[in-house]
Design a binder for this molecule. Structure first.
Ligand SMILES: *Cc1c(COP(=O)(O)O)cnc(C)c1O
Length: 366
C-alpha cells in the first residue's frame, strides 16, 4: 500500500507539454535530419518569441549564463569593473567573474529587491565599464534612472532578464530596456526549452557581433574573430515550440496561484511591492519573514508535510567565499537571510496553496 507516500512539493516543477505535441516537433527534426547550426526549428522558435514578446530581434543560445557572457563580449567589455546586484542567482556574478571582470556590488531596494539606482553613482570609477542589473523575480529595475546614469558616464547596460520573460513595464516589454537583455530558458523557468537562453540586442552592429561570437567567430571559411559555441540545437527548440501554445495558460495558472497566496498571506508575511506600471509575469512568489529564525521554523513545519520552498536568493552574492574582497550590502544581506520563494507552477493544486498558507500562518510570530 502506498497510501502514506505524499507527493513531494518543490518550489517549482518543470512544465511538461503534452507528449504527442512534443513528438510532432521531434518527428520534424528526424525528417529534416538537421540537428543544429541554426536549423528550421530554432528559427521558428525565434520568430514566435519575437512575436509573443513584442520585440524586434532575439538570438537563441544554449543557456542564460553564456548569454550574459556573450553580451559582455559583444559590447567589448574586456577589462575593468561591472556594477551589479548582490541579490540574484549566482550566474549573474559568475558570468562577470568568468570574463575576468570585477563585480562591484550596489545594494538593493528593500521593497522589490532590484538594484538601488541612488547608490550606483558613488560606485563608479574610471575602471567601470558596464552596469548589469537584474529584473529579479520579474520585477522591473528603475530602468529610466539607470539609463540616465549610463548615458552620463558612457557605460553599457546589460539586463539579466532571466526572470523577466513576458513582464511588461511602462507599456514596453521589460526585455527591451538596456543595450542587451538576456533570458534563460532553463527547465525551472516560466518558459523553458530544457536548457536555453537568449540575447535581445539594441544595436545592429552588436547584434552581428554576437551572432558571430556564438558560432566560433566564423562564417563558412571566413574567420572574423575568436568565438565560442553557444548554438542551440533543434531538439531544444522542439521543446520550446511544444510549450509555446500553452504560454497564456501557464501564465494564467500562475496568476491564479499568486492571487490566492496574496489573499491568504496578507499581513502575516511581508510581500514585495511591485512598481507602478508593471504588468507582472508571475514568475516567482517571494515572501519575506521577520527573521531568519522565523523562516527556518516555517521551513521545518512545511518539511513535515513534504513541502520544500527555496531560499531564493541566499546567500547575498557579495558574500560568496571566492570573491577577493568583501563589499558590504546590508539590505541585500538582511533580505537574503529571511526571504524564500513559495511553490509556484501551473500543475500546483490550489488545495496545496491553501495548506502552505495555513502552515505559514500558524507558524509565524504574531
Ligand atoms: C537561471 C538564471 C540564470 C542562468 O540561466 P541558465 O540558463 O541556467 O544558465 C542567470 N540569472 C538569473 C537571475 C537566473 O535566475
Amino acid at each position: 500500500m502506498l497510501t502514506n507516500t505524499k507527493e513531494k512539493i518543490f518550489v517549482t516543477k518543470s512544465y511538461m507539454p503534452p507528449l504527442e505535441e512534443y513528438m510532432q516537433y521531434v518527428n520534424r527534426v528526424f525528417e529534416n535530419a538537421q540537428l543544429t547550426n541554426n536549423g528550421p526549428l530554432v528559427r521558428e522558435l525565434e520568430e514566435k518569441l519575437i512575436e509573443f514578446l513584442g520585440i524586434e530581434n532575439i538570438q537563441y543560445v544554449t543557456n542564460g549564463t553564456i548569454a550574459l557572457q556573450l553580451a559582455l563580449r559583444a559590447l567589448d567589455i574586456e577589462d575593468g569593473e561591472v556594477i551589479t546586484t548582490p541579490f540574484s542567482y549566482v550566474a549573474t556574478t559568475s558570468a562577470i567573474l568568468w570574463e575576468k571582470l570585477t563585480p562591484v556590488y550596489v545594494d538593493i531596494e528593500p521593497d522589490n529587491f532590484t538594484i538601488d539606482p541612488k547608490k550606483i553613482e558613488e560606485k563608479i570609477t574610471d575602471r567601470t565599464r558596464a552596469i548589469m542589473p537584474v529584473h529579479v523575480f520579474g520585477y522591473a529595475c528603475d530602468v529610466d534612472t539607470i539609463q540616465k546614469i549610463a548615458d552620463k558616464y558612457h557605460l553599457k547596460v546589460i539586463y539579466d532578464s532571466a526572470h523577466a520573460f513576458a513582464s511588461v513595464y511602462k507599456h514596453r516589454p521589460l526585455v527591451t530596456y538596456g543595450d542587451i537583455s538576456t533570458l534563460s530558458f532553463h527547465a525551472t523557468k516560466l518558459f523553458h526549452t530544457v536548457e536555453g537562453g537568449a540575447c535581445i540586442i539594441k544595436d545592429e552592429i552588436v547584434k552581428k557581433e554576437l551572432d558571430l561570437l556564438k558560432r566560433f567567430g566564423h562564417n563558412g571559411d571566413e574567420h572574423f574573430c575568436m568565438g565560442i559555441n553557444a548554438k542551440q540545437s533543434e531538439m531544444h527548440a522542439a521543446m520550446g515550440l511544444a510549450i509555446f501554445p500553452h504560454l497564456y495558460e501557464i501564465i494564467d495558472k500562475r496568476r491564479i496561484i499568486c492571487q490566492l497566496y496574496d489573499s491568504l498571506l496578507e499581513g502575516c508575511v511581508k510581500l514585495p511591492k511591485k512598481q507602478e506600471g508593471l504588468e507582472y509575469n508571475y514568475a516567482y512568489y517571494p515572501v519575506v519573514f521577520k527573521s531568519e529564525k522565523e523562516l527556518l521554523r516555517v521551513f521545518e513545519a512545511l518539511k513535515k508535510e513534504e513541502i520544500y520552498p527555496r531560499r531564493y536568493f541566499y546567500p547575498s552574492l557579495n558574500k560568496l567565499p571566492y570573491l577577493l574582497d568583501y563589499q558590504p550590502c546590508p539590505i541585500s544581506e538582511d533580505i537574503a537571510d529571511r526571504i524564500a520563494c513559495l511553490p509556484l507552477y501551473p500543475a500546483l493544486d490550489l488545495s496545496i496553496v491553501e495548506k502552505i498558507a495555513k502552515i505559514i500562518k500558524t507558524t509565524v510570530d504574531n
